[in-house]
Design a protein around this ligand. Structure first.
Ligand SMILES: [Zn+2]
Length: 446
């Protein structure tokens, strides 16, 4: 099955950076797909907002779930591999609707791009593995160079470890002068916006991402071109007038919505989003929760998974980038955002909008290894019950990307994407940080 990959890339990077790159993720997971497996004994949260099933059993045949219920009532086929989940909690694999494989939490973007440029696919592969091992079994990447299509395909075909990926490739923008053009398509008219949309879809992207600076006509042109080919448009938004423009233009998913750090939006805007049922992916944790968490516990920056995955010199470069992080450009306005968040982070939740989970993972200090549980924890801090936050991060996420029939819940007929965490997330949502097992597509990875 192993498709030959150009062998030179890793070695070339090592040479340029003067590093010894460790081997990338071994594609060989712990269990083989195809047999019958039963996860038995733990509490089960199935992704719906219903009470848990205690001492449950889930039977998986090949890559599908075939039976779910209390262990005393579920018949476990003879010859099934039985995996004990006693004392733990089983839940659907997490669906993160806003990740960036091209970044890994380095403290300063401008210093990161030249490093990334020498090892684009290798760095994205590391991110993908980190996400999967953190319990994210499905992810939408909203901004990356075109090589992400190779990474996505390598994951799907079993050559790399990672979540099921939907990818936008480069985003479309009128702004972005500060970014390298290998992960964005800059346009100057609605016609160009439509052309770029067609081009990206033709190249094989799964979704379109609109970044900042677009006019309403630009957005409409993108939406028309994308919808003609059955592709959804995710829009990066902060200012209220941009939100209104995106709603009128018919974009499908609102991303960021100010990340909960903007001054509060008007009630009419919140009500419009809620009534139209436009999904909101707020990405509230990445500055507002991560920054104070790091002030309190800077030890988190010495992430053990990151140390294991990166060459030593590069790991040291990351640590250097975190020195005096409060001065880094990414956190320039974070204290004000934190004050705003007292109201803004809860607005869409309290206003009854469709909430899904996304993290902007890979942004400075927002590691793939923990972005998902931090975001879910922040949703709970902002007014969701743990059960609702878990459902938003599994069932709703799958529905938003049109995969609700196959993914997002643990029930017979669905694809077997299941994670097992230590303890009870309904008592303490932060136990989602203690992922002990990951099953994706019927294959056990951890
Ligand atoms: Zn982003």
């Amino acid at each position: 099955m192993q498709k030959p990959r150009p062998p030179g890339a890793l070695a070339a990077v090592a040479l340029i950076l003067g590093l010894a790159l460790p081997g990338l993720a071994s594609p060989h997971p712990a269990g083989a797909q195809g047999g019958t497996m039963a996860l038995v004994g733990g509490m089960l949260l199935d992704g719906y907002e219903t009470p848990p099933i205690h001492h449950a059993a889930v039977v998986i045949e090949g890559n599908r779930i075939v039976a779910v219920g209390p262990a005393t009532e579920v018949e476990i086929p003879a010859g099934a591999e039985i995996i004990s989940t006693e004392g733990m909690t089983m839940l659907p694999g997490l669906v993160d609707l806003h990740v960036h494989l091209m970044i890994l939490g380095h403290g300063e973007y401008s210093e990161w791009w030249p490093i990334l440029d020498k090892a684009r696919e290798e760095m994205m592969a590391i991110s993908a593995k980190q996400l999967l091992l953190a319990g994210v079994t499905t992810a939408v990447d909203l901004g990356a160079p075109m090589e992400i299509l190779n990474v996505r395909d390598d994951i799907n075909e079993g050559r790399l470890q990672g979540p099921r990926m939907l990818v936008s490739g480069p985003w479309i923008t009128r702004a972005g002068r500060q970014w390298p053009d290998w992960f964005q398509r800059r346009i100057a008219s609605p016609e160009e916006a439509a052309e770029q949309t067609d081009d990206l879809i033709g190249a094989g992207v799964d979704v379109i991402k609109i970044w900042a600076g677009m006019t309403e006509d630009d957005m409409r042109a993108v939406v028309e071109a994308a919808h003609r080919r059955g592709v959804e448009v995710h829009t990066h938004l902060y200012a209220p007038e941009d939100m209104w423009a995106a709603i009128r233009a018919g974009t499908d998913v609102i991303q960021h919505a100010g990340s909960g750090g903007n001054p509060p939006y008007g009630e009419d805007l919140i009500a419009e989003v809620a009534h139209r049922g436009i999904p909101v992916v707020q990405t509230i944790a990445h500055r507002i929760w991560v920054y104070p968490a790091t002030l309190e516990f800077p030890e988190r920056l010495q992430d053990r998974r990151l140390k294991e995955d990166l060459p030593p010199d590069l790991y040291r470069e990351f640590q250097r980038s975190f020195e005096d992080f409060h001065r880094n450009s990414y956190f320039r306005t974070t204290p004000r955002q934190i004050r705003n968040s007292e109201i803004a982070a809860r607005q869409f939740i309290e206003g009854g909008a469709v909430i899904a989970m996304g993290t902007d993972s890979g942004s400075p200090m927002n590691f793939h290894t923990e972005a998902a549980w931090r975001e879910i924890s922040a949703l709970v801090d902002s007014g969701m019950t743990p059960l609702a936050a878990i459902s938003a991060s599994t069932k709703t996420g799958a529905e938003v990307i049109g995969r609700g029939r196959d993914l997002g819940t643990i029930e017979p007929g669905k694809l077997a994407d299941i994670i097992v965490v230590e303890g009870n997330p309904l008592f303490d949502i932060n136990v989602l940080g203690y992922v002990r097992m990951v099953v994706k597509d019927g294959v056990r990875y951890k």
